[in-house]
Design a protein around this ligand. Sequence first.
Ligand SMILES: Cc1cc2nc3c(=O)[nH]c(=O)nc-3n(C[C@H](O)[C@H](O)[C@H](O)COP(=O)(O)OP(=O)(O)OC[C@H]3O[C@@H](n4cnc5c(N)ncnc54)[C@H](O)[C@@H]3O)c2cc1C
Length: 350
Amino acid sequence: MAEQVVIIGSGPAGWSAAIYAARAELKPLVFEGAITEENRLAGTLPLGQLALTTEVENYAGFPAGDLKGFLESAIDPERFQYMFVHEGKHAVTGPELMELMRQQAVNFGTRIVTDDIVGVELQQRPFRLRLLGGETIETHALILATGARANYLGLPSEETYKNRGVSACAVCDGALPRFRNKPLIVVGGGDSAVEEATYLTKYASKVHLIHRRDKLRASKIMQERATNDPKIQIEWNHTLEEVLGNDKEGVTGVRLRSTVEDATRELPASGVFLAIGHTPNTAFLKGQIALTEKGYIQWSQPFRTTTSVEGVFAAGDAADDHYRQAITSAGTGCMAALDAERWLAAQGIH
Ligand SMILES: Cc1cc2nc3c(=O)[nH]c(=O)nc-3n(C[C@H](O)[C@H](O)[C@H](O)COP(=O)(O)OP(=O)(O)OC[C@H]3O[C@@H](n4cnc5c(N)ncnc54)[C@H](O)[C@@H]3O)c2cc1C
C-alpha cells in the first residue's frame, strides 16, 4: 500500500515537515540518508549540515545554557548514549539540535529509514521511489528536503581546520569570538563572496577577498561595494594554496599562489571563509521535476512549497539558494507539511 507522505532528508526542513505531518496524523515516513563513506565524504550523512558544526547561536529558542540534563531527559536513551554532549554553559550544538528535532518527530509517530533515495518516478501517481539497495516504495505525496552542501576547494589543510577557523558560512560563524578584530580571508569572486566579505567587516579588522582573476564575477553594485569598502582588500589573481595553523590556535593564516607568476605569499588570518558556491543534493531528481540552472528545486508559486509536479513539495536549502539558514529551512519544512496535508485532503486521500 502506498504511504500518505514520504519525506526525503534529515536536516531542519525534513524534521520540521515530519513533526507537522505526524501531528496531522499523516504517519510520515522519513528517509534520513544512508551511513556510507560516500555520504561522509560529501558531508551528507543523516542529520544534515548542522551535524557538521559546533555551536549554533542563532536558532531561536536556544540561548546558551547548561543543556546536559535537558538533552538527557529529552532524547531516547538508546541514541543519547552515543551522543557527545558538551558539559557546562554553551549554545546548543548542531548535532544536539538535530537530535532534538529528530526525537520530536519520533515522539509524534514519525517512522524513519536510514537509507538514501537514489531514484524517483514522478510522472505517475502514487509516486515511486527507489532505495540504495534497489527496493521501491510508493507514496501519494512527497516532500523533498534533501538540503545542499557547501563547496570546498578540497585542500587537506581546509579539512584539518574546519570548525577551527575554516567555515563556509559567514552569517553562521562570523560573530564567533575567534574572528573578532582579526584579519579574515574570504575566497570567491561572485555576489555571495562579496556579501560574505561585507558581512565579516562588522567583526574583522580587515577582510582579504581572494580572487583568482583580475575581475570579480559579482554584479556591478556588489563590485562597487567591495572596492569602496576600506576594510576589504581584494587580492586579485591569487588562489588559496594552503590554510596555515596549529593545534592550539586553529587557523593562523593562509598561503596564496599567484595565478599570473610563479610566486606565493603568506597572510596572517584567524579565519578562512569559502564562498565558492553550494551544490544542492538534487542529482537524483534530474529529468523528474523542474530544477533551476544551479540545480535547486524550483518552487512554482511564491510563498508556497509546491513544485512543477502536483503532490510534490520542496523545503529547505534544496530549494533555497538565498537564505540557507536552519530556521528558514525549518520554516519551509512546516509549510511543506501543511501544503501536503491540504493537497492530500483535496485528493480525498487523507
Ligand atoms: C558548517 C555549517 C555551519 C552552519 N551553521 C549554521 C548556523 O549556525 N545557523 C544556521 O541557521 N544555519 C547554519 N548552517 C546552515 C544550515 O545548516 C542549513 O541551512 C540547514 O541545515 C539546511 O537544512 P535542510 O533541512 O534544508 O537540509 P540539510 O541540513 O542540508 O540536510 C539534508 C540531509 O538530507 C539527507 N539527504 C540528502 N539527500 C538524500 C537522499 N537522496 N535520500 C535520503 N536522504 C538524503 C542528507 O543526510 C542531508 O545531509 C550551517 C551550515 C554549515 C555547513
